[in-house]
Every structure is written in structure tokens, then in C-alpha cells.
Design a protein. Structure first.
Length: 168
């Protein structure tokens, strides 16, 4: 690659607001001298904040994510929805989404403030094969936790996982 004199081979991108209006279009300036309008700069307004600052670094002991309670709730949902059901690969896609929604709704009833919930359900046909379900997470082990439940009947299995991640 040949370089032209006075022009660097590396491009730099600098976003600058146009004028004093932070909600208007911004100019994208590159190191080659070109500029283009790219979009808007979002500013968080005072009324948009959902949770007020409480100056705490973690949840109170009484409002921590309880893996035992979540496991019981997940067992109830899986037992109610999957008992007596036969495996059907065509309907498992929709069924797994419905199970995730039911588990999420049931766990939200515990009303743990500042926790974000992530639910995952794996469904499969039980033909005597071996299956391993694993997950890895990067989180604060003091405040974040998870619950995992396995359910099986005559010809299908389900593994449900629910993660509670504290949002500061």
C-alpha cells in the first residue's frame, strides 16, 4: 500500500456534537478530512431513571436472590407444564419459549429489586443418551446467583436455569 504525502494511513473517528444541541445530529469527522451526519447523541433526562440511587454497593440481606425459592418455583412450573407430555420436536421451540416466560413471570413475583433475571430452558428427547448442560458466567459472587432444575418424564427431559444478576 502506498501512502500519499501528508495523509496518514490510519483513520481516526471523532464524534463532535453539532452546535450546542446534544440531541441533534452529530458530525462524524475522519482523519481523511471527510465528514458525514451519523445520528443523534442520546442524553438521559432526569425523568428516565427507573431506580433512584441508594448509595449501596449490594442488596440488603433480606432482598438477595434466593436460589432455593427459585428452584421450587421452577419445579412447580416444569411439573405443571410437562407432566404427561410426550416429546415432539416440532413443538419444542414454542414450548421452551413458553416455559421461559412462565418461569420468568413466577420468579418476578418474588419482587427482588435491582435484580435482572435471565432464564434458559433446554428440552430434549430422553432416549437413554447422555447429555451435559453447562454454563459459565462472569459476575460478582457476593450478590449474583443462579438456580438450576432438571425434570424428566417417560420420553423427554428439561433443564431450566435462572440467573439473578444484581444491577447497581
Amino acid at each position: 500500500m502506498t501512502e500519499r504525502p501528508g495523509i496518514s494511513g490510519r483513520r481516526r473517528t471523532i464524534l463532535k456534537p453539532s452546535g450546542t444541541n446534544l440531541l441533534g445530529p452529530s458530525k462524524k469527522q475522519t482523519g481523511t478530512g471527510a465528514s458525514e451526519t451519523t445520528g443523534t447523541i442520546d442524553v438521559i433526562r432526569p425523568g428516565q431513571c427507573r431506580l433512584e440511587n441508594n448509595y449501596r454497593l449490594g442488596p440488603a440481606e433480606s432482598s438477595k436472590f434466593s436460589a432455593h425459592k427459585v428452584e421450587q418455583a421452577m419445579k412447580e412450573v416444569l411439573q405443571a407444564r410437562l407432566s404427561g407430555m410426550d416429546y415432539n420436536h416440532a413443538s419444542c421451540n414454542v414450548l421452551s419459549k413458553e416455559l421461559v416466560a412462565d418461569i420468568h413471570r413466577k420468579v418476578k413475583e418474588f419482587a427482588w429489586k435491582r435484580y435482572r433475571l435471565v432464564c434458559h430452558v433446554t428440552l430434549g428427547q430422553d432416549c437413554g443418551q447422555g447429555v451435559q448442560v453447562a454454563s459459565r458466567c462472569l459476575w460478582d459472587s457476593k450478590n449474583d446467583n443462579y438456580a438450576c432444575v432438571r425434570y424428566s418424564n417417560n420420553n423427554m427431559f428439561a433443564v431450566a436455569q435462572c440467573y439473578g444478576v444484581y444491577f447497581e
